[in-house]
Write a protein that binds this ligand. Structure first.
Ligand code: MRU
Length: 335
């Protein structure tokens, strides 16, 4: 029997407990720590990953930095260390700035640590609720019982709740609106074949993992009714950064006249930037392309280019499903 009892992270006994996503699905191993540095390393290594999960983990990490020997210097060192871990997902800076604002209002209070932890818990709870609302709002996209394609991982592992795109799929399946899921394996780190497959199994949703390059072929065969992915940062005009390969899917959907949806909490919208051109795209190490599990696939002396994200232009996005409502092109998130 499959037990659906895993969690991405929890605060217990003043420590953050988190599942090491790099070990999944081979091992379900939890790490516990109250060190902001250990959490920063976990975010860099992708032990904790997915935009909303990164934000919540960083909020806990910054709050925990005030636990022992509190000083302003330690707090701001932790803030700068955490904010530098990954550049693309806006949820990271958003959550850290929420904790920083709370700190600035309460820096002279004896209870600053308790107040910052309470703020981190509030962020966690609101991100949990956002996942619920995204899942409910997303039900409106299914015009019929659908076969869905998704990219990367957007489930419980990537968020503080049941997921963004994944929760739309899950709720759709539970309401008999989704019949089958195709999960892109998601090169080079296999968030699809390792993590999305793990979560689809745990939820008994029928699926097959495909290589990222299979999508066009399946669309031509009429096997895909719609595509839904998450996002790491959405500009004010709706341009959306997500895992590398998402833009390819949106272009393919446009050619095949298949709806392409993004699902993300409001905290992923960065109204300060007018378009996706301003989004910093993370470049990761060559070894992620030349090696798998420390085994060389090719010569590590060769030249590689490893962008972790791409930006899908807003005109290719049929709708952006948020916790508030579904927005459509031309995007205006103030309406
Ligand atoms: O590099 P990752 O694994 O952190 O990238 C994650 C993604 O691109 C997800 O699709 C995105 O964060 C949305 S998660 C709900």
């Amino acid at each position: 029997m499959i037990v659906n009892d895993y969690f991405s992270m929890k605060l217990l006994d003043e420590q953050l407990h988190f599942i090491d996503q790099t070990k999944l699905p081979i091992k379900e191993e939890y790490i516990r720590t109250d060190s902001y540095e250990r959490i920063a390393v976990a975010i860099e290594r992708l032990e904790i990953r997915g935009a909303p999960a990164i934000g919540v983990a960083a909020a806990y990490a910054l709050a925990l930095s005030t636990k022992n020997n509190f000083s302003e210097n330690i707090f701001f060192t932790a803030y700068h260390r955490l904010i530098s871990t990954r550049p693309t997902a806006v949820n990271l800076s958003w959550a850290l700035n929420e904790i920083r604002n709370c700190f600035e209002q309460n820096r002279n209070s004896e209870k600053v640590y308790d107040l910052l932890i309470a703020k981190a818990v509030e962020i966690n709870n609101s991100e949990f609720q956002a996942c619920e609302n995204i899942g409910e709002n997303g039900l409106a996209i299914f015009m019929k019982k659908s076969k869905v394609l998704t990219h990367c991982n957007t489930g419980r592992l990537a968020t503080a709740g049941e997921g963004t795109a994944f929760n739309v799929i899950k709720k759709g399946f539970n309401k008999n609106l989704v019949s089958f899921v195709y999960a892109d394996e998601t090169r080079p780190l296999f968030q699809g074949s390792r993590l999305t497959a793990f979560e689809l199994e745990k939820n008994n949703i029928p699926y097959k993992v495909i290589t990222d390059s299979t999508a066009a072929h399946l669309m031509k065969l009429g096997e895909i009714d719609l595509v839904i992915t998450g996002a790491d940062r959405i500009a004010a005009n709706g341009d959306s950064a997500n895992k590398i390969g998402t833009y390819n899917l949106a272009v393919l959907c446009s050619f095949h006249k298949i709806p392409f949806f993004i699902a993300a909490p409001f905290s992923t919208i960065d109204k300060k930037i007018s378009s996706g051109n301003e989004i910093i795209i993370e470049l990761r190490k060559s070894e992620e392309l030349s090696m798998i599990n420390r085994i060389e696939l090719t010569s590590s002396k060769y030249e590689f280019l490893n962008y972790a994200f791409d930006v899908t232009p807003s005109e290719l996005i049929t709708g952006i499903i948020t916790d508030e409502k579904i927005f459509s092109f031309p995007y205006n998130f103030n309406e």
